[in-house]
Design a protein around this ligand. Structure first.
Ligand SMILES: [Zn+2]
Length: 245
């Protein structure tokens, strides 16, 4: 299917409530970078937290890759800043800060195999068992970003150890795939209506100021969202795709 049609079909996926999707049980979100959780599922997080549901976010990489040439924000300072942004966004969404976990893998170099990968798999597996989480959310394996693909591989590996957990994919950069290319199959999954949480979600997105504004102004190669790249994340819905077992 052409990607234009695939994404159009995704936008028409059936609506599911938070309760139906998560069974009102604890759930875990894998976020390759410090912001993907807010962009992809900030509305669901806010809904769940206002209902008293336990939500864990595991941030895989340190986020140091967004502004590699900044003098004002060398890697250590940028890592601290991005952690502070996740914290601020989490507070806005009602997250318990003890439920935000950082694995500090190197940005743009999240492993897809090897000891660091195995350790990350173990961490997430233990978190799922400890919390009794039944749902794991991860970025879509079609997202054209190496860390997002590594996160998807990690989640698939976690599922091997925890077959009772249901895995869902949330698209980030997949929304911006070349619409003329093709994807196999058709999208399966749901959308969650988050209009009531949209204002809170937008505030949480803005809390990732290094990615959303000119806060770091001394790296012309630095990353920054535009109105266009941000647009898929500020609608009334969030999307979760079924991962075939
Ligand atoms: Zn990302």
């Amino acid at each position: 299917m052409k990607i234009a049609q695939y994404l159009e079909a995704a936008r028409r996926l059936p609506i599911i409530s938070r309760e139906e999707l998560t069974g009102d049980a604890p759930f875990v979100i894998l976020s390759p970078h410090p912001d993907d959780e807010t962009l992809g599922l900030g509305g669901l997080i806010a809904q769940a937290r206002s209902a008293g549901q336990e939500v864990h976010v595991v941030v895989l990489t340190d986020g140091a890759g967004s502004h590699p040439n900044s003098i004002e924000y060398p890697p250590e300072k940028l890592i601290d800043l991005r952690k502070a942004e996740v914290r601020a966004a989490g507070e806005i969404l009602g997250m318990d800060q003890a439920c935000v976990h950082h694995l500090d893998l190197p940005d743009t170099k999240a492993p897809s195999e090897g000891p660091a990968f195995d350790e990350a798999v173990r961490f997430v597996s233990e978190l799922l068992s400890r919390t009794g989480a039944k749902n794991l959310f991860v970025t879509w394996d079609q997202d054209p970003h190496c860390d997002h693909k590594a996160a998807a591989a990690l989640a698939a590996s976690v599922l091997n150890d925890n077959p009772v957990v249901h895995l869902w994919a949330y698209p980030i950069w997949g929304w911006h795939l070349d619409t003329e290319e093709h994807l196999p199959g058709e999208p399966r999954g749901y959308r969650v209506h988050i209009r009531s949480e949209l204002t809170i979600k937008q505030k949480a997105i803005a809390a990732h100021a290094s990615q959303m504004s000119s806060l770091i102004g001394d790296d012309p190669t630095g990353f920054r969202f535009t109105a266009e790249t941000l647009a898929p994340f500020t609608t009334d819905y969030e999307y979760v795709f079924e991962i075939p077992a």
